[in-house]
Design a protein around this ligand. Structure first.
Ligand SMILES: Cc1cc2nc3c(=O)[nH]c(=O)nc-3n(C[C@H](O)[C@H](O)[C@H](O)COP(=O)(O)OP(=O)(O)OC[C@H]3O[C@@H](n4cnc5c(N)ncnc54)[C@H](O)[C@@H]3O)c2cc1C
Length: 346
C-alpha cells in the first residue's frame, strides 16, 4: 500500500429522511481544520435516495467537494447497502482520513467499513488533530476506564478512521456563498439482493433527546444524598426552564433513569448553562459536559475537581444553596413580569 496515493479528509454525511444529522455538520467543522493543516480538500460523502439537494448545505458548512451516491435502495440506512456505497467510493478516491458521527448508524457503518478495508478505527473520539509531518490522524479518547486520555494513531493502514460523538465538535457558521465540486457516483444495487428489509421506522421520542438539546441543564450528583432531595433540582429546573440530568452514581443508585446520565457512558451535552450540583467532577463525567458555555458548580468541598472546569463556583451545602437560588430566580421572574426563563436570557 502506497500511502502517498491517499489524500484528502472525508466526512460521512449522515442523513435521515433528507435531513442532515447535526453531528455531520460538526464533523465538517473539525474536518476543515484537519484538511487545512494537511493542505488537502475536505469532502463530504452522502448516500441516500434523492439527496442531491443536500449537497449545497454540505458545502456551506465547509466542504470543498461532495461525493453523492444516490439510489432508491439507499433510501433507508442498512449496513449492507451503505457498505456497498462506501466501498464504491473509498478504494477509488482514496481519502487519507474518514470521520463518522458516533451515532448508531455511523458506528455501525464505520466498523463494517474498517473490517472490509482492513484498516483501523478509533471509536468515540473526543479530540482530533493531525501530525502534519507524518500525515497521521491523532484521535484522542478516554481510555482505561476514563482515567487517562489516549491518543490513537493508525500508522500502518489507510484510510485512518474515527467516530466522534455528537456535540463534541463545533460546526462552522454556514456560508451559503461557498462553492464546491459535486461528484455523482453511480452504483448498481438490487433490492432483491438485500438481506434485510426496512418495514417501518419508529421515532424514539424520549427524555434523552431533550437532554441533548437542552439549553440549560441542572445536573445532580451523589452528594444530593437521596432521590427525594432531587425534588429541589426539579424545582430549580422548572423555575429557569432547564432539564434535569445526573451522574452515573446517581443513575446506579436508581435516583434517575439511565437516559438522563451525563458523561462518558451517558449523554454528551453542550448547553448554554450547566449547573453541576453536588457532583465531584470525575473525568468520566467531565468529558460529557465540559463544552458547556457556562458551568456553575455547587459543592461543599472547595477542592472538588468540578471547580477546575467551572466558570463560577459556589462552595457550600447544595441543600441550602439550591433553595436560595430558586427563591432568587422566582423573585427575578416576578420582577420581570412572570417571564419563563431568566437563564435563557444570559
Ligand atoms: C468506565 C467508566 C465510565 C463512567 N462513566 C460515567 C459517566 O458517563 N458519567 C458519570 O457521571 N460518571 C461516570 N463514571 C463514574 C465516575 O468515575 C464517578 O464515579 C462519578 O461521576 C461520581 O459521581 P458523583 O460526582 O455524583 O459522586 P461523587 O464522586 O461521590 O461526588 C459527590 C460530590 O458531592 C459533594 N457533596 C456531598 N454532599 C454535598 C452537599 N450536601 N452539598 C454540596 N456538595 C456535596 C462531595 O464533596 C463530592 O464532590 C464512570 C466511571 C467509569 C470507570
Amino acid at each position: 500500500m502506497n500511502f502517498d496515493d491517499y489524500r484528502g479528509v472525508w466526512v460521512f454525511i449522515e442523513q435521515n429522511g433528507g435531513k442532515i444529522e447535526g453531528v455531520s455538520l460538526e464533523l465538517l467543522g473539525a474536518g476543515r481544520k484537519l484538511a487545512d493543516k494537511l493542505q488537502v480538500p475536505l469532502a463530504g460523502f452522502l448516500l441516500g435516495s434523492g439527496i442531491k439537494p443536500l449537497a449545497n448545505q454540505v458545502i456551506a458548512y465547509g466542504a470543498d467537494e461532495v461525493y453523492l451516491v444516490d439510489h432508491p435502495v439507499l433510501k433507508d440506512y442498512r449496513t449492507e447497502s451503505y457498505m456497498k456505497g462506501v466501498m464504491q467510493l473509498v478504494p477509488k478516491y482514496k481519502p487519507e482520513i474518514i470521520l463518522y458521527g458516533a451515532t448508531p448508524n455511523g458506528k455501525d457503518l464505520a466498523s463494517a467499513v474498517a473490517t472490509d478495508l482492513v484498516t483501523g478505527l478509533t471509536a468515540d473520539t473526543t479530540m482530533l488533530d493531525v501530525d502534519v509531518a507524518n500525515r497521521l490522524l491523532e484521535a484522542s479518547r478516554p481510555a482505561f476506564g476514563g482515567n487517562i486520555m489516549a491518543t490513537i494513531l493508525c500508522k500502518k493502514h489507510r484510510p485512518q478512521m474515527a467516530t466522534v460523538r455528537p456535540k463534541v465538535m463545533k460546526a462552522l457558521e454556514p456560508d451559503t456563498g461557498r462553492t464546491g465540486k459535486i461528484i455523482e457516483e453511480s452504483i448498481t444495487l438490487r433490492e432483491e439482493d438485500m438481506r434485510t428489509k426496512v418495514l417501518q421506522i419508529v421515532n424514539d421520542v424520549t427524555k434523552k433527546a431533550n437532554l441533548a438539546d437542552a439549553h440549560v441543564i441542572v445536573c445532580g450528583g451523589k452528594g444530593m444524598g437521596d432521590a427525594q432531595n432531587f425534588q429541589i433540582l426539579y424545582e430549580l429546573a422548572d423555575t429557569i426552564g432547564a432539564t434535569v440530568g445526573g451522574t452515573r452514581d446517581v443513575v446506579e443508585a436508581g435516583w434517575l433513569p439511565h437516559e438522563l446520565q451525563i458523561g462518558q457512558t451517558g449523554e454528551t451535552v453542550t448547553p448554554k448553562i450547566y449547573f453541576a450540583v453536588a457532583l465531584s467532577g470525575a473525568i468520566q463525567h467531565v468529558v460529557g459536559m465540559k463544552n458547556s458555555d457556562l458551568i456553575i458548580a455547587i459543592n461543599k468541598d472547595p477542592n472538588a475537581p468540578i471547580f477546575d472546569v467551572a466558570t463560577y463556583g459556589i462552595v457550600g451545602d447544595a441543600l441550602e444553596i439550591v433553595p436560595k437560588l430558586i427563591q432568587q430566580f422566582k423573585q427575578l421572574r416576578t420582577e420581570k413580569g412572570g417571564e419563563m426563563s431568566y437563564a435563557r436570557k444570559i
